[in-house]
Design a protein around this ligand. Structure first.
Ligand code: SAM
Length: 287
């Protein structure tokens, strides 16, 4: 079954995602694209990666946002239309969206599809493939299949790596982390998930297919005061841990209460570790 995500959660995390993604890897991805590239965004959700990467590409470009959730894709087009208008771009609704910008024309299409099977998606026709916060949901076999399909550069942003820190520390952090990590590796529609190990599987699969792979840290830094984001993360951790550790429910509930109290008085800050991953065909520029 496909894992579902709330549009409100994706909107809430967008500024933290934007601050965390690694601009240097993005520049190298862009250097490996042809002019007027066609880009496929896998698990595009609310389209936040488009709004971060398209201005960096700048010139004419065409995107295909792919996601299993038709509601999220509609949200992506609506939010991007409003964002484009706020930037002063001329925005036209087509079967997707067209933005006329000073740098060029940016076309966006949307496709509802289950990514569990990559073969029917014609991924090889895209000049570049991108994703953000997707790879920790997929299986090792899925990453291998993706590496076998793509023909151009791949930029996979914001894959959790398990290097998280909550400050101040709490006596029950270890219990929560144990349950949370277990939840990260459950089947989310692609087979058992790679969870925090996406980087190693990505490196191996793409190197085998003749790509040069580079990786970089892209952590979220969530300061005390970002109460909504911190609360969402505390709730997410507690719910995930409780799913796998029913016998520790009392500890988890007490941990959640204590963490929410710290958030209310501006005492909790978090770092959530991610890695950005880039694969460039060895014969392309920027490799
Ligand atoms: C964590 S969200 C990331 C969304 C977006 N890339 C972002 O960074 O905001 C993961 C996305 O993958 C999509 N997804 C999960 N499983 C999927 C599947 N089997 N097929 C297609 N999309 C899927 C979800 O609908 C969701 O939009």
């Amino acid at each position: 079954m496909t894992e579902t995500f709330d549009a409100g959660w994706l909107d809430l995390r967008e500024p933290f995602d934007a601050a965390a993604r690694h601009p240097g890897l993005a520049e190298r991805f862009i250097a490996a694209l042809p002019p007027q590239p066609v880009i496929m965004d896998l698990g595009a959700g609310g389209g936040s990666l488009f709004r971060w990467l398209a201005p960096r590409i700048g010139g004419d470009q065409a995107w295909l946002l792919v996601d299993a959730d038709a509601g999220l894709l509609e949200h992506a087009l609506n939010v991007t239309a409003a964002w484009g208008a706020a930037q002063g771009f001329a925005v036209r609704a087509t079967s997707g969206l067209m933005l006329r910008t000073p740098g060029g024309i940016w076309r966006i299409g949307a496709k509802v599809a289950d990514l569990a099977d990559v073969a029917p998606l014609d991924i090889g026709a895209a000049d570049g493939v991108v994703c953000s916060a997707l790879l920790d949901l997929v299986s090792p076999n899925w990453i291998t299949a993706l590496a076998g399909e793509v023909t151009g550069p791949v930029l996979a942003c914001l894959n959790v790596d398990g290097h998280d820190m909550m400050l101040p520390r709490h006596a029950a952090d270890r219990t929560i982390t144990t349950g949370f990590r277990r939840d990260q590796s459950r089947n989310k529609g692609f087979g058992p998930s790679v969870g925090r190990h996406a980087e190693g599987f990505f490196q191996a699969a793409f190197a085998d297919e003749g790509f040069a792979v580079s990786t970089a840290a892209s952590p979220w830094h969530i300061p005390a005061g970002a109460a909504q984001m911190l609360s969402a993360l505390v709730d997410g951790h507690a719910t995930a841990a409780a799913r796998w550790m029913p016998s520790s429910r009392g500890t988890i509930t007490a941990w959640r209460k204590s963490r929410l109290r710290q958030i209310a008085i501006g005492r909790l800050a978090m770092r959530i570790g991610h890695r950005d991953l880039l694969a460039v065909p060895l014969d392309a520029h920027g490799g």
